[in-house]
Design a protein around this ligand. Sequence first.
Ligand code: GLA
Length: 661
Amino acid sequence: MKKIFVFLFLSTQTILYAQFSELAQTPPMGWNSWNAFALNINSKIVKSVADSMVSKGLAAAGYQYIVIDDGWQLARDKDGKIVADSTRFPEGIKYLADYVHSKGLKFGIYTCCGTQTCGGRPGSFGYETIDAKTYAEWGVDFIKEDWCFTDGLDTRTQYKIMSDAIKASGRPMLLSLCEWGVSSPWEWGKGIGAMWRTTSDIQDCFDCESNWGGMGWVPILELNANLAPYAGPGHWNDPDMLEVGNQTLSPIECRSHFSMWCMLAAPLIAGNNISTMSDAIRDILTAPEIIAIDQDPIGVQGIRIRNNAGLQVWEKPLHDGSTAVALLNVTTSIAQMEVTLEEIGFQKGVVSSVRDLWKRKDLAPIKESYTVEVGSHDVVVLKIKGKKSTVSKLAFEHSSITLNKGNHQLVQLSVLPSSTPLIVTSSNDDILSLSRAGVNTYWISALNEGHCFIKASTSDGKMSTTTNVHIVPMTIPSPWKFDDIKDNKASVTSENNIYSIESGGADIWGTSDQFAFLNRGVVGDNFISARVISQANTDPWAKTGLMLRENTAPNSVFVMLCVTPGNGISLQWRETIGGSCDKKDLGPASLPAYFKLSKKGSTFHAYKSFDGKQWDSLSDVTMNHGFSEKYLVGLEVTPHSSHKLNLSKFDQVVVEPLAGK
Ligand code: GLA
């Protein structure tokens, strides 16, 4: 009896596993309420969109999911079960799910890992099991889980809790992670969810970038250009929902936006009002040959093979041996654009077929290259098929690399064709560790002094190349030490008393930090002063400056005086371990400039200077919970982005006891 039970249990698990992994074999397609309706969503709108999905041909084109975003929840009942807003959804959510199913479509819902959703409704924190069970009872097929109100929480842990709760519910429901790319979900999201947002929210504009991080589709495309290696059947990078058919984008910009999302093998989640859209917008959203690129069964995300000041050439290998090519012009003028057979892996001199996928027309065959005029903000999408060429180039950018122990470096390979799969290894993992950083790009980490080499070879082993790596001692003078807090991308070098610090990391803010910290231990009241020579303009909130910090834990207590590219000088602090941060903005700055931060008891004073002699007081802050006697003082750098690096330079660094100063 027992044996039979175990067998039954195992086979149910296997079936369930199979069902979950089948959910997103190609990028999910559907509609979500947020971009067009924000919190003003109701049952009438959802029903009308479901009707239109069918009547306007979107369902036939492949769109499946109807997802209600934020704004449907109201409260929890005495048993903790989520209660929908009965004014907006008078018949309840199960009714809507049934309605959507009756149209042959699938139904999705939104929640949040935190205590509240971004719109202030009840979140799923602590209620994951009961929420997953409730959604399963309602017949939900898709769950988007956001990341607001998550102070002190860890992304992987929280999404895993929901993922497990969904599996335990027994109903295959697709989990869509929405932590805005802050903890590089492409590195860990596979198996937890079927898709993960890679950036902050898309805005209804071509290339705008807001101070808080939201941006138009062109900068989002940029941030996804290097993420191709992380996507594939069942696990997709999500550059956010479409803005096609909303207020601002021209029809041409909508067409380019849609084309590029298809080149990225992105989930195609329409974000407009399907019920009232024009025929022109419907024709974009349902373009069959463009959608076929997105839905191609081998599920390879496209890569950019060239970008000449906004003239971008992208390619995406397809299952039938052909290659989709997008010639995208994000400049303000019309341009002549070209793609060669050689760069997309076909033999030159041999006839290749070319089809224009928007015109749905075969063009004259080519033997070398294809050239076409592309209008401003427009795109031409082609499908090219020729005779496969062998790899004609494989080389490291540098023939030899010297790295200080403890530092990291990006290593780039030149490969032709660029989409060639490679195997890259270190000859000595004790000296040098290696990890993927993107398309033909790897991070190397210098673990110990010594010599070794990195080898890159094609997967058939027919072609290979190496580069020598020398790991030499760290150059920073004692008593300084260098900490890369929650990120493995930082480097420091010191030469002629100039410290160059390069760092990755999402931010120093919230309840947990990601940054580089060159620091030393001190006791009692001290000050640090330094000249900030330069800062990489990676993001309006990239931070370069001085910090006093209780320890190197990512959630520890600190005070920081920093300069930013877009928000001037800022004094920021965290008063309690894992507490959230606070700030005072102190006006504009131009670099180079001197900064000083001192601690006297629990009060911290911030100063700036143009010459390092005459100090202007900027502001101060008192830490109401005190500050430890022994602490760290030093230089901090963060790019305020998990996609970028901030290289900052400092000199004239002074750390001294405060007495008499
Ligand atoms: C966040 C998400 C958006 C949307 C809103 C809802 O900003 O990133 O996509 O779900 O919350 O409040």
